[in-house]
Design a protein around this ligand. Sequence first.
Ligand code: DC
Length: 224
Amino acid sequence: MAKVIAIDGPSGAGKSSVSRRVGKKLGFLHVDSGALYRIMTWQCLERGVDTENPAAVAAAAREIDIELRPMDGRIAYFVHGEEPGDRIRTPEINAHASQVARVKEVRDKVTAILRSMTDFGDIVVEGRDITSAVFPDTPARFYLTASAEARAMRRQKEEVEKGIANQSAEAVKASLLARDKMDSTRKYAPLVKADGVIEVDSTFLTLEETERAVLAALPQDWKA
Ligand code: DC
């Protein structure tokens, strides 16, 4: 049976960077579940769907086709034969993603896609409901967190470096907190610190230290 490392936490806690590193170290494919919700959001906006309307979002979600391709240590997503890249990382998508992610049909579809990924092999999956709803039975479950200030600073730096946006740290923090709130209070599969997860607070940790904390807590026979 494929092994699954599940990592949840709020925006900007460092889930992607840590998951990528852990995956590379162990030979597990990296799975960014947030990107699937971002693709759903992007496709809704492309189709002119009102993201405040759950029925319209659910109808659009049924039509959205995402192709999975394991490559370069990760599971890549293709839409109409193309990877969306940074088109799903804009402030506009940030502003609508939580609305789309609260719709049950969207969550059911993304959850089924994520569970099918064990067919490709061992995976390290990051998101908001991976430890609580998608893979609650895996023995390697983590809640990665950091202070709101640290998370906003990391996200802002990333946006500027990638040339995605040039927002102030305050604006990034406000958008991030708004998303956290919506993600933690929604009806279906909210972001929670599930029972039995291992919490790692990365506020004062380097990426290497955070990676080490995750690796150290894995089942003994999973370690490379
Ligand atoms: O991690 P991210 O910022 O790329 O996530 C984008 C959005 O998707 C965010 O609003 C939370 C939501 N999400 C979710 O509801 N469940 C997940 N497993 C992953 C992300």
